[in-house]
Design a protein around this ligand. Structure first.
Ligand code: ZN
Length: 174
């Protein structure tokens, strides 16, 4: 169970029309909820669920068209307002919602689980652009090979970073 005061405030995000008027507003209102309840949630949990990173993204640079990731603003209240076993599972759900709003998906298939079309472009460590399967978490290079290096950190790759990486990858094959 999630603390009821905290959850009530979470639900109220969806009753304020302005919050779900655009993806940018929605992203910010989820971040605002975390930020204004930081004390109750605890900063350790916020960083463990990677939400501190998500909260620090510049939306003008990172926001994508989340409809391609299946997100629909009109349906968000129904999807998100449900019973969560604990605060961490609510935070994870928020993470994936934010993730959908800032990650570009590729049509490639996952070399590990075979799931098609739900690989996300991320940048790891020193900025190398790779693909992460949204289903199983497997990380592969743009050419489908396994990423061998240890992933110390990751962020979504922006549109321009993705375009550059794709053009470099296709040049390597021509
Ligand atoms: Zn996979």
């Amino acid at each position: 169970m999630v603390n009821s005061r905290l959850f009530k405030r979470f639900i109220s995000i969806y009753s304020e029309k302005n919050n779900i008027q655009s993806f940018k507003n929605y992203y910010q209102s989820l971040c605002n909820w975390i930020d204004s309840n930081k004390k109750m949630i605890g900063s350790e949990l916020i960083s463990r669920t990677y939400l501190d990173k998500m909260m620090s993204l510049d939306l003008d640079e990172y926001l994508v068209d989340p409809i391609t990731n299946g997100l629909c603003l009109e349906k968000e209240a129904k999807r998100m307002i449900k019973e969560y076993s604990n605060i961490e599972s609510l935070l994870r759900s928020i993470f994936y919602t934010l993730w959908d709003m800032v990650t570009i998906s590729s049509d490639s298939d996952c070399s590990n689980c075979g799931k098609d079309g739900d690989l996300r472009y991320i940048k790891i460590n020193n900025g190398k652009v790779v693909l992460e399967c949204n289903e199983c978490g497997y990380v592969q290079n743009l050419d489908g090979s396994k990423v061998e290096e240890k992933i110390e950190n990751f962020l979504p790759a922006t549109k321009s970073e993705v375009e550059l990486a794709i053009s470099n990858n296709s040049m390597a094959f021509s």
